[in-house]
Design a binder for this molecule. Structure first.
Ligand code: ATP
Ligand code: NAG
Ligand code: MG
Length: 417
């Protein structure tokens, strides 16, 4: 009797164990698919590239969950962003689109080749006609996440750092890769145009394998710094203003206006360096557009309107596109990240909340930069604020946590000193 019951209990426990092991495996398979499944490399050249495939097939890249549970959440939310390690370096893997968007792209490729929607995209990609022409059409459209305006004449010039830069891939395959990337999400292309290595405040692009791109992990998102000490937040605000200036002014030929500036699209690394990590939605203004394509308002700086809806980040791409220069990036940074009007759900009170009374001038300039409607009012306020924040940091002897060169790391002017 006792023996039988004992046996039954053991069997019950074994069954339970078996079921839970299976469940764990199923769940972890759903959550952590193998990297090879993830890449869909068989779709190439209807993919983002192959430069990173050797590292993946060599087993140098492993999937991990760091960054505060983010990996987990992102797959569950089907954002298709995963975290991994390359040796001891933290990296981010992106499929660049939701699963539905990727399926839609495949259907579009099949349709473009006049085939049924279950066709082989690696073959159908060769039957899309003139890919460069198709890309031009795409970036001219308001629905494209990369909008090039007021004319698309200089698209090849914009993409010159990726076009025809063939490393082991044929020019045609590389063009197919660029086309595929552009159709889904221009981020990796922009990360190669505005390279982190050249000082652009963006995450470093590392390469692609199939339908996955790999970027450097740029740290925790800005929302995690919402309650950091005030001076540290001043340092972040200063970097945000410099970034807004860089995207607007630092490229000799194009102005880059980020239309999804939000605290969860910006990361800060352990050294306190801030980088933009989501470059999906961008308006690129061609500063040297041919005379005949210039709108009347071209030479007047564009002033972003504050739309009458609480906390919403609205803008008019048509307006941004009809001026050689816009204050859009400063508007986004000042109003939607720094000021008390910033997104309530992410950074209530704005990044510079709980301003020490001694720094009333900072408050004043933040508000001007956020709300000014005068011509160039916002631009002037942004410039003054950038300088003032640099002064505040200097006065307090604030240096970033860069361990090796504490006295000379961050301020402009530091190099002259
Ligand atoms: N290079 C990176 N370094 C650190 N974290 C990153 C990086 N890229 C993405 N992340 C994290 O993953 C999240 C999602 O990435 P990303 O913004 O590129 O995807 P998304 O699908 O565009 O998300 P959403 O549409 O919600 O903005 C980011 O909010 C950030 O937390
Ligand atoms: C960004 O702007 C700062 C300040 O003007 C400048 O020193 C830096 O070189 C710019 N970065 C790039 C990539 O141009
Ligand atoms: Mg994002």
């Amino acid at each position: 009797m006792g023996g039988l019951q004992w046996k039954r209990r053991v069997r019950g426990m074994l069954t339970l164990l078996f079921v839970s092991v299976c469940l764990t495996m199923l769940i972890s398979h759903l959550l952590w698919p193998s990297i090879t499944d993830l890449t869909e490399v068989e779709k190439c050249p209807a993919c983002y590239g192959t430069s990173f495939c050797p590292a993946i097939t060599g087993g140098f890249l492993t999937l991990h969950s760091f960054g505060a549970f983010a990996g987990f959440v992102n797959i569950l939310g089907s954002k298709n962003v995963l975290f991994g390690m390359l040796g001891n370096q933290k990296v981010v893997l992106k499929k660049l689109g939701h699963t539905v968007e990727l399926e839609q792209l495949d259907k579009m490729i099949c349709k473009g080749a006049g085939l049924s929607s279950s066709c082989h995209v690696h073959e159908a990609i060769w039957q899309q006609g003139d890919l460069l022409h198709s890309m031009r059409q795409h970036v001219a459209s308001q629905d494209s996440s990369l909008l090039l305006c007021p004319s698309v004449a200089n698209l090849e010039c914009l993409l010159s750092s990726v076009l025809y830069k063939t490393k082991g891939t044929s020019t045609e395959a590389s063009l197919a890769n660029i086309w595929t990337t552009l159709m889904i999400n221009p981020e990796p292309l922009l990360l190669q145009v505005l390279q982190e290595q050249d000082g652009w405040p963006v995450t470093k692009y590392m390469g692609a394998c199939g339908r996955v791109v790999v970027e450097e992990y740029a740290g925790e998102i800005l929302t995690s710094y919402h309650n950091a000490p005030w001076l540290q937040r001043v340092h972040l605000a200063h970097q945000l203003l410099i970034a807004a200036h860089n995207f607007t002014d630092s490229h000799p030929l194009f102005g880059f206006y980020l239309t999804d500036i939000s605290a969860d699209n910006i990361a800060v690394d352990a050294q306190g360096k801030l980088r933009f990590v989501d470059l999906e939605n961008v308006i690129v203004v061609d500063k040297n557009v041919p005379n005949e394509d210039r709108p009347q308002s071209w030479t007047i700086p564009h002033v972003s309107e504050t739309f009458d809806c609480e906390g919403c980040f609205a803008f008019s791409s048509e307006d941004i596109c009809s001026h050689r220069m816009s204050d859009h990036n400063f508007y986004a940074v000042c109003q939607h990240l720094l000021s008390p009007l910033a997104a309530l759900d992410m950074i209530p009170g704005g990044l510079l909340h709980d301003m020490p009374p001694a720094h009333a001038r900072v408050s004043e300039l933040v508000q001007k930069c956020s709300e000014s409607t005068e011509p160039s009012g916002r631009l002037r306020a942004a410039q003054d604020l950038t300088e003032l924040l640099a002064e505040v940091l200097q006065q307090h002897g604030y240096s970033s946590m860069q361990p090796k060169s504490p006295s000379c790391s961050l301020w402009d002017g530091c190099l002259e000193a």
